[in-house]
Design a protein. Structure first.
Ligand code: PNS
Length: 159
């Protein structure tokens, strides 16, 4: 049984994330999506919302589970006996940030990070842009799972 941990902020989960998780599931028996905290980010959605939106978006995919991680991803991956950490890369900007993180995670846990190149059709989809479009009343239905589109609209309306 090979397990992969797929960590991220998921603020909120996008169609690009879902694509990467599905493709990771093609390589591992189980994928645990780890909704975590980046200490340098102020989140739009609460921890609970980021978790429940990711759970809703991935509910139909067999062998994929979502958990909230309040600590180091390296420790979590060791506890889960993960064979690898998997992250999606959209381009060079992602690579710069991910390179250091992957090497630090290996230093802390001995677990390698595997990168999956984001589908070019979804390459432009970033959580930050999606939130910006939603906050200006633009259409986001093609960029995020349905449950996320509903939550984003609701959140923007009540702000
Ligand atoms: O989607 P993001 O914001 O690029 O994800 C970054 C995240 C949340 C995966 C990263 O900040 C993280 O792993 N946070 C948990 C704490 C941790 O392990 N920090 C050390 C990273 S080397």
């Amino acid at each position: 049984m090979t397990i992969a941990v797929c960590p991220g902020s998921f603020d909120p989960i996008t169609s690009g994330h879902v694509d990467v998780v599905k493709r990771a599931r093609g390589m591992f028996d189980e994928v645990i999506v780890a909704v975590a905290r980046n200490a340098h980010k102020n989140y739009f959605f609460s921890d609970e919302d980021r978790l429940s939106l990711a759970q809703g978006a991935l509910a139909d995919i067999d062998g994929v589970h979502v958990e909230f991680v309040d600590g180091l991803i390296a420790d979590f991956a060791v506890r889960k006996n993960a064979a690898a950490i998997v992250k999606g890369l959209r381009g060079a900007a992602d690579y710069d940030a991910e390179q250091a993180m992957s090497l630090l995670n290996r230093h802390l846990s001995g677990i390698e990070t595997i990168f999956i190149m984001g589908d070019p059709a979804l390459g432009h989809v970033a959580s930050s842009f999606v939130k910006d479009i939603a906050s200006h009343g633009g259409p986001i239905e093609d960029l995020v799972p349905r449950n996320v589109a509903i939550a984003l609209k609701k959140k923007v309306e009540t702000k």
